[in-house]
Design a protein around this ligand. Sequence first.
Ligand SMILES: Cc1ncc(COP(=O)(O)O)c(C=O)c1O
Length: 407
Amino acid sequence: MATTTTSHSFFYDLLSIMRTVTEQEHELFLQTYKRLPVEIDRAEGMYVYANDGRRYLDFLGGIAVNAAGHSHPRIVHAVVDQMNRYAHVSNFFYQDAQVNFVEKLTRLSRYDRAFLCNSGTEATDGALKLVRRWGSVRQKSEVIAFTGGFHGRGYGALSIMDKPKYKEGMGPFLSGTKVLPFNDLDRLAESVNGATAAVFIEFLQGEGGVRWANPEFVQLLEHLRKKFGFLIVADEVQGGGGRTGTFFSFEHFNVHPDIVTTAKVIGGGLPLGAILTTEDLAEVFDYGRHGTTFGGNAVACAAGSALLDLIEEGLMEQVKVSGSHLIARLKELAAEFPERIADVRGAGAMVGIELKEEAAPIVEQLLSKLIIANATNETVIRLLPPYIFEGEHVERLIDALREIFTW
Ligand SMILES: Cc1ncc(COP(=O)(O)O)c(C=O)c1O
């Protein structure tokens, strides 16, 4: 019997060896992703290595995840150490790995309390439950969000997004939600009232094209919060974790949101998300109100702790300086090619190059020059590199873009 199983699996192993990873993916997976034509071997620092031996410069960072660069030795070490102790025991237990991580996260974020989950979508969903429960005893249930915002792919997140592409044919969604035009002062002022439970906002929109909230818009939001007493929920899943040179992107404004959702960077490359809030709101989620099997997994927390140590040791200051340099060089390039580049915006390791044409073909050409970037919102090249990028990486990107725009 054992022999049959062995030869059977050997036969299939042989078959799979004869087909490429790409071919197998096409056969085995629901085709939800448009993957880049690169089969990954390994990744280190600023570089991703493909099976065919090519080395790509990574200006995508696993979609805003790998802040310390790929395979950072301190993170690898922390993960291996934790795996050797245990991988998962569940939230039935007290765990130093979780406490160490949250102690650092609350210190860096200056929030009092955390709920740990696995992803940005889950953080959005949990935050929606938190605000709805908070509002339930105050006759407040309406949730407002903004066009261009991205909060994830679950029903909670989709209910506060306007993206037809992601929502078509999937309704009905949560009731009592409204999506207003981003940065529209009048629409905001006329839409919030005593029934508003919360306003969800990305102060620096990622998917929406690396677009900042206007300072007057944030000021008005703050004024309306004081007047009507709703909660501000900052989605810092993409713009947080030190990415813009401050721990959260909202720190570029004079505002202190009541709740923050975060994920991506904070797990150091492993799935980890968090809802952060103040002591005042902590009691809204009492025993049994919310939970998850894997949220705050010990290995993810160990990786996240190691990453937060690196941030506390100066990674965030480093990205602030490198980001200013990257933006300055891109603005010079924009001055060279005013017919191609409309705008350069963002901060730190979150930079958008708004083109006067579709961004996808340019991103494709960058890939053929062994540089990984991303196109978002049709005309925007989005750069989300690890925070460790330096002048030489910036110059490679600038040279490649110059070549593309020259031909
Ligand atoms: C701002 C923002 N919120 C939420 C999410 C969803 O996060 P996840 O993909 O981890 O569910 C994303 C993902 O890109 C995001 O950029």
